[in-house]
Design a protein around this ligand. Structure first.
Ligand code: HEC
Ligand code: HEC
Length: 496
């Protein structure tokens, strides 16, 4: 049973994201907002700095630091947020899966109905959706919330990157059991088998290539590239031969909170997702879609999904905040952090060179070196007008907005740092750190996951920062602060 459950989770792997590769400096139409005065490929010299309106100081926010560049915005399709939420949690963007009765038999039912869904969806976990496959058979498919929602201190937070999801087993290893369940219950051939087949095919093909080493390390980027390798770029049909050879290594990433997207001009850690965000997100459908016609129908709902994501706001910190200290921390933040991360509504959309931020370069590097994927994407249906998307990974990382940062541990693009205290003091970061796995083991003072420091790589709950792509180096911008300044700064970060 446990095996099955794990297996199901994997299914999720719908993916989205990613690409890797070589810059094709494909010109984006730069829809510069009225306040963005330049967008040249290097430093923006004339970013508008908000006036200091806080009671105290006249601390000015410095302009963009050296080694940063402005990422320009692209036009986005408008949509209806409430329709988008509906489609997100009930829609058939993944349209193949496990026949409903087998799913509930294996997993049991989940009466909590945390999303207040109706019908068959009211009996299954929020991260799965009951949908009708194209032939009308009711199946259960993984949805975006496998990776994009998480419980924290007993509350399900929509849009919070799920750092508790387990991608450490090869999902394809559970397929023969499922085959047996479907065949013995319904026969093969049968409509149920047909409805299950695309899902089965995708899990079998991708499973071995998307295994991550540790919990918190998400292989979605890799999943996207593997799915692309199996599909014809124009027709989007599945092929038996891959477009390029695959290898098993996975450079993982952390899942960013959805409520940050409204401030960003590009998606993903390396700002690789440019152009139409809705188009980029619907790539999850690549897991099971039949062809481009089905892709167009899925795509027609993602303007609404985008509107929903843009309507989300960060959860408020639920502990106590010392406002005097937070006020002092605010000054520290404006002087040392805001030039990259922004302040209040001001957000500069800066891509920071690897040399400057100094964090693990592997994700940016693998994306630069995987030109096959980038070329595939940029010549595929995804890049076709109207609403074209572009995969254009930068050699650096976006300085993200910090709204709700208290809830988004572990930190950095690879989830390598357990809490804010250690993020701001790089010499205190643990090499091996172990979580209990409980979503309530959150340290509201150090702000992040409670952990014990280990001396060896350990099991899947021990994050090992010595693995390729898992490094916790860099972002030393808090190191020069005094202990007192750091404590005040953390108090301020709780308020965001
Ligand atoms: C298997 C896990 C997984 C699933 C399922 C998944 N995502 Fe993601 N998503 C990720 C990861 C990991 C990233 C970050 C990748 C990176 O930055 O390299 C991400 C990034 C994003 C971003 C960009 C956020 C930002 O600020 O840059 C959006 C938007 C997004 N996903 C939407 C979706 C939607 C909508 C779905 C469902 C249709 C979905 N995702 C399904 C793992 C997943
Ligand atoms: C030169 C630009 C720059 C400065 C200055 C800077 N940061 Fe960052 N920050 C970044 C970049 C880039 C990242 C993403 C790095 C990565 O994920 O590898 C980041 C990541 C973070 C994160 C992790 C966010 C997450 O969800 O994982 C936090 C928290 C953070 N910074 C806080 C601060 C604070 C507080 C300061 C001031 C002491 C600061 N930063 C100064 C560029 C900067």
């Amino acid at each position: 049973m446990i095996r099955f459950r794990t297996f199901l989770i994997l299914l999720l792997l719908q993916v989205v994201i990613l690409w890797q590769c070589k810059h094709d400096p494909f010109e984006l139409e730069e829809q510069i907002q009225p306040t963005d005065t330049t967008d040249t490929a290097t430093d923006t010299t004339d970013t508008v700095i908000p006036q200091d309106t806080t009671t105290t100081d006249s601390i000015e926010i410095p302009g963009p630091p050296a080694g940063t560049k402005f990422i320009p915005s692209s036009p986005q399709r408008p949509g209806n947020a409430s329709d988008g939420r509906d489609y997100l949690v009930t829609g058939d963007y993944v349209s193949s899966g496990i026949p409903y009765n087998i799913f509930t038999l294996v997993n049991g039912t989940d009466p909590s109905n945390q999303l207040n869904r109706s019908g068959d969806n009211s009996n299954i976990s929020y991260s799965f959706t009951a949908v009708d496959a194209p032939n009308g058979v009711r199946v259960v498919a993984a949805n975006c919330l496998q990776c994009h929602a998480q419980e924290l201190n007993g509350e399900l937070i929509m849009g919070l990157g799920n750092s508790l999801a387990d991608f450490t087993t090869d999902q394809s290893s559970g397929i023969s059991l499922l085959d047996l369940a479907v065949t013995s219950t319904y026969g093969n051939p049968s409509p149920e088998w047909t409805a299950y087949q695309p899902f089965r095919q995708a899990v079998t093909a991708t499973g071995p290539y998307i295994v991550s080493e540790k919990i918190g390390a998400n292989p979605a980027d890799k999943l996207a590239t593997v799915l692309a390798a199996y599909r014809d770029g124009e027709s989007l049909e599945w092929q038996q031969q891959t477009n390029w050879p695959l290898e098993t290594s996975v450079i993982p990433s952390d899942v960013p909170a959805w409520w940050l997207l409204k401030k960003k001009n590009a998606m993903f850690a390396t700002a690789s997702g440019k152009g139409d965000f809705a188009r980029i997100m619907m790539a999850s459908g690549l897991l099971t879609l039949e062809d481009k016609t089905q892709a167009e129908s899925i795509d027609s709902h993602f303007d609404d999904v985008l509107a929903y994501l843009l309507s989300l706001t960060a959860p408020a910190y639920s502990g106590n905040i010392n406002t005097t200290m937070a006020g002092r921390g605010e000054k520290v933040f404006k002087a040392n952090c805001a030039s990259c991360h922004g302040y209040e509504e001001y957000y500069p959309n800066l891509l920071v060179d690897l040399d400057v931020v100094g964090t693990d370069p592997a994700l940016a590097e693998v994306q630069q070196s995987n030109a096959q994927f980038t070329n595939w994407y940029n010549n595929s249906w995804f890049a076709s007008a109207p609403n074209a998307a572009l995969m254009d990974p930068e050699y650096g990382y976006l300085a993200p907005p910090l709204d709700g940062v208290w809830a988004t541990a572990p930190y950095l693009h690879n989830a390598s740092v357990p809490n804010l205290e250690t993020l701001l003091n790089s010499s205190a970061r643990p090499t091996y750190w172990t979580r209990s796995g409980s979503s309530s083991d959150y340290d509201m003072e150090a702000v992040g996951w409670s952990y014990t420091e280990s001396t060896s790589p350990g099991g899947k709950w021990t994050f090992d920062t010595t693995l390729p792509g898992y490094g916790n180096q860099g972002h030393t911008f808090g190191d020069a602060l005094s202990d007192e300044e750091r404590t005040a700064l953390i108090e301020y970060l709780k308020t965001l």
